[in-house]
Ligand binder design. Structure first.
Ligand SMILES: NC(=O)C1=CN([C@@H]2O[C@H](COP(=O)(O)OP(=O)(O)OC[C@H]3O[C@@H](n4cnc5c(N)ncnc54)[C@H](O)[C@@H]3O)[C@@H](O)[C@H]2O)C=CC1
Ligand SMILES: O=C(O)[C@@H]1CCC=N1
Length: 269
């Protein structure tokens, strides 16, 4: 257990997922967290387990060691202007907000406030996030602290800040892309034989197995695919039909357009 106080400004989908994962790690307890959001009644279950729920962002950050910004990009300027002058140099700001650069945040909070960006995904709630972390060269010394935090809830990688929009598309939006692929597989399973709930369970566990093979064997997908595709068999028949219909191309195009959108989520004031 640690004494670090973490305040999450904007404890919505992602912010609350982070709390769940960190509490699950057993290193943090609910008492480590102060949470804010617009409608605090939606945080009642977190209040019940012992998190502090605050209605005032300025009061919420006062005693925090780490301040996590988890509001939507279109709300960040309003929040930063509210917090301006209330965050001190011995506190660390970690922004999860897509498309907002370290310099955008420091332009409002001040250049002496340490800011690191982290891009997790919602699997953080079950400690399976892929979290991409970046900052500017003057705050590199803060990276280990942020890596240690997010290593409790999944894998981490430190990247250049310019790569953050690409990381958003591949890893944060990626959860939705892979889920849609699993849904499609379950619909196929439903059409050929199985009840919808059976097909979904079978598709999800098969997807988990496929990802686990790559991670466990440190292998390339085509190496694992080659082990499944018998000559004249049903796997290669299915795979080729999917490719004729643009499977890989569609995935690649989706990730490419998602990254373009991630770049345009924020407007400087
Ligand atoms: N949902 C996801 O999978 C991921 C989201 N992100 C980024 O994280 C941020 C949050 O995303 P979500 O959690 O999905 O959004 P969300 O809409 O679920 O949560 C945002 C929260 O901010 C609160 N909020 C708005 N104005 C506020 C204010 N002035 N003071 C305090 N709280 C305020 C809202 O009440 C809401 O609960 C976004 O910037 C998003 O781009 C990044 C990676 C993954
Ligand atoms: O869709 C979005 O804009 C946010 C950012 C990454 C995941 N959700």
């Amino acid at each position: 257990m640690v004494n670090t106080k973490i305040t999450i400004i904007g404890a919505g989908n992602l912010g609350t997922s982070l709390v769940k994962g960190l509490v699950e790690s057993k290193i943090y307890t609910p008492q480590n967290f102060v949470l804010t959001r617009r409608n605090t009644t939606k945080l009642s279950s977190f209040k019940e387990i012992g998190c502090e729920i605050a209605i005032n962002n300025i009061e919420a950050v006062t005693n925090a060691n780490i301040i996590i910004l988890a509001v939507l990009p279109q709300k960040i300027n309003e929040v930063l202007n509210e917090l301006k002058g209330s965050i001190k140099e011995d506190q660390l700001v970690v922004s999860l907000v897509s498309g907002v650069k370290v310099k955008n945040i420091q332009n409002i909070l001040g250049s002496t406030i340490p800011v690191v960006r982290a891009m997790p995904n919602t699997a953080i709630a079950i400690r399976e996030s892929m979290t991409c972390i970046a900052t500017t060269s003057n705050w590199n010394e803060k990276l280990p602290e942020v890596e240690d935090l997010f290593k409790l809830v999944g894998e981490t990688i430190v990247i250049n800040e310019e790569q953050m929009t690409s990381a958003t598309a591949l890893c944060a939006c990626g959860i939705a892309f892979f889920l849609r692929a699993i849904r499609a597989a379950s619909q196929g399973g439903n059409e050929i034989d199985f009840h919808a709930n059976e097909a979904l369970k079978m598709a999800a566990q098969t997807a988990k197995g496929a990802a686990s093979l790559l991670i466990a064997n440190n292998s390339h997908p085509e190496d694992e695919i080659d082990k499944v595709t018998s000559p004249k068999g049903c796997t290669i028949a299915g795979l080729n039909e999917m490719e004729h219909n643009g499977f890989s191309s569609s995935f690649i195009k989706g990730i490419t357009i998602s990254a373009k959108q991630a770049k345009d989520l924020y407007t400087e004031e």
